[in-house]
Design a protein around this ligand. Structure first.
Ligand SMILES: Cc1ncc(COP(=O)(O)O)c(C=O)c1O
Length: 364
C-alpha cells in the first residue's frame, strides 16, 4: 500500500511490476494447450500424446534426438540434471563446480548438497560468469586423494546477474571441462532470454548449447509464461541413462504429465518462447534507456537480458518500492533488482518511469 502522504499517492502503479519474471502470469497459448490436453482420459506418467508431441518438439528445436524429461520446477530440474550426471562419474567423490552466484549454490536451500551428497566448489565471480582458467585452477585438486574431485561444471545462462556467455565462451568451458574429464550442465531457467539476446533463432539456441558441447540443460518454462513446467534436456544422449528413474526418486515425475507437456507445447509452437524472451529483454532495455539520463541513479550498463541492478538514493528507494514492489539486491548499498517479464508492456515501463521521475523531482 502506498503511503497517503507519498508523492506517488495519486499515481497508479504500473499494472505489471518490475519485481520478478516469476510474478508474471500464464500466457494464453499455454492456458489454451492445457485446456486442450484436459479432454478425456490419457495414459499417465508421460505415455500420452501431448508428452509425445512435446518430446518431438524438443527434438525439432535441437535438430537431434535429445532426451527430454519434464519437471515441475527449476530447482527440481537442476537436481535431476545434476543427479543424472553424478551417476555417470566414476565414483561418489566428485564435486560440482559453479559460480558463487549460482542458483544451485545460494538459492536452492542446499538441495544439491543434501540430495546428491556432494560438495559444490563455488568460484568467485562479479557477474555470475566463470572462465576456463578458473576451471583449470580447480584442476589442481585432480588426483589428490585429500580433495573432492571436480566432476561437473554448472553454469547459468543468462547468469543470476543478467550476464550472458557468448557461444564461444561456453564452448571454451565445455572443451576445458571435457579435457579435464568433467561434464557440463547449463541452468537455463531464463534460456528464452538468452536465446532472444543471442540472435533470437533456434540456431542461436543450438550455438551455445548442443553445438558448444553442453551435456545437459535445464530449460526454463515457468519464467516465460508457463504455469509451472521446466524441462531437463540431455543433449549428450550418453549421459541420459538413469534419468527416468532418478526423476521419480527426486519427486519430479508427474502422474498427469500431459499438463506439463501442454505448457511447453504452447510455448514451443512457432517459437513463441523466443518472442516472449525478446519482449522481456526489450522492456528491460526500454526501462534502462528511459532512466539513463537521471544522474541520481547509478544504473550500470544496459541489460544483456531482462534484468538490471541499479543503485537508488535511499529517499527514493523506499517510497518507490512501496508504490510498485521490487526486490532489494544489496540493501547495505541501496542496490536493487529490476526485472521485466514476458508480459511487461511499454505502458508498464512508462508508468514506472513516471513514478521514478516524480520521486526524484520531489526529493531534489
Ligand atoms: C537461475 C535460476 N535457476 C533456477 C531457478 C528455478 O527456481 P524454482 O525452483 O523456484 O523454479 C531460478 C528461479 O528463480 C533461477 O533464477
Amino acid at each position: 500500500m502506498t503511503d497517503p502522504t507519498s508523492p506517488l499517492a495519486d499515481l497508479a502503479p504500473p499494472i505489471r511490476s518490475f519485481a520478478s519474471d516469476n510474478f508474471a502470469g500464464v500466457h494464453p497459448a499455454v492456458l489454451e494447450q492445457i485446456g486442450r490436453a484436459d479432454a478425456g482420459h490419457q495414459p499417465a506418467y508421460g505415455d500420452d500424446i501431448h508428452t509425445a508431441r512435446c518430446v518431438e518438439r524438443f527434438n525439432e528445436l535441437f535438430d537431434a534426438d535429445v532426451g527430454t524429461r519434464l519437471t515441475f520446477n527449476g530447482t527440481g530440474a537442476n537436481i535431476l540434471a545434476l543427479a543424472t550426471l553424478m551417476g555417470h562419474l566414476p565414483g561418489p567423490h566428485h564435486a560440482i563446480v559453479c559460480s558463487s552466484w549460482a542458483h544451485i549454490n545460494i538459492d536452492e536451500t542446499g538441495a544439491p548438497e543434501r540430495l546428491l551428497a556432494t560438495k559444490l566448489i563455488d568460484l568467485a565471480s562479479d557477474n555470475g560468469k566463470i572462465t576456463p582458467d578458473q576451471l583449470r585452477e580447480v584442476g589442481h585438486f585432480q588426483g589428490n586423494v585429500h580433495h573432492v574431485q571436480p566432476g561437473i561444471v554448472s553454469i547459468t545462462q543468462p547468469t543470476e546477474l543478467g550476464a550472458l556467455y557468448t557461444p564461444a565462451e561456453i564452448k571454451a568451458i565445455c572443451d576445458t571441462a571435457h579435457e579435464m574429464g568433467m561434464l557440463v550442465h547449463i541452468d537455463g531457467a531464463r534460456i528464452a532470454n538468452a536465446t532472444a539476446a543471442l540472435g533470437g533463432t533456434r540456431e542461436a539456441l543450438r550455438s551455445f548449447t548442443i553445438d558448444a558441447g553442453v551435456d545437459v540443460l535445464s530449460f526454463g518454462g515457468t519464467k516465460i509464461g508457463a504455469m509451472g513446467a521446466e524441462a531437463v534436456v540431455f543433449l549428450n544422449p550418453a549421459v541420459a541413462a538413469g534419468s527416468e528413474f532418478l526423476r521419480k526418486q527426486v519427486t519430479q515425475l508427474s502422474s498427469k504429465m500431459r499438463y506439463l507437456a501442454a505448457q511447453f507445447n504452447g510455448l514451443l509452437a512457432d517459437d513463441l518462447w523466443i518472442e516472449l524472451g525478446a519482449n522481456a529483454n526489450g522492456m528491460a532495455l526500454a526501462l534502462h534507456a528511459q532512466v539513463a539520463d537521471l544522474p541520481a541513479i547509478e544504473l550500470g550498463p544496459a541489460p544483456e537480458a531482462n534484468s538490471m541492478y541499479p543503485f537508488l538514493p535511499k529517499e527514493v528507494l523506499e517510497p518507490l518500492q512501496q508504490w510498485s514492489f521490487f526486490w532489494d539486491w544489496d540493501e547495505s548499498r541501496n542496490q536493487v533488482r529490476w526485472m521485466a517479464g514476458w508480459d511487461t508492456t511499454r505502458a508498464d515501463v512508462d508508468q514506472f518511469v513516471r513514478g521514478i521521475r516524480r520521486l526524484l523531482e520531489q526529493s531534489s
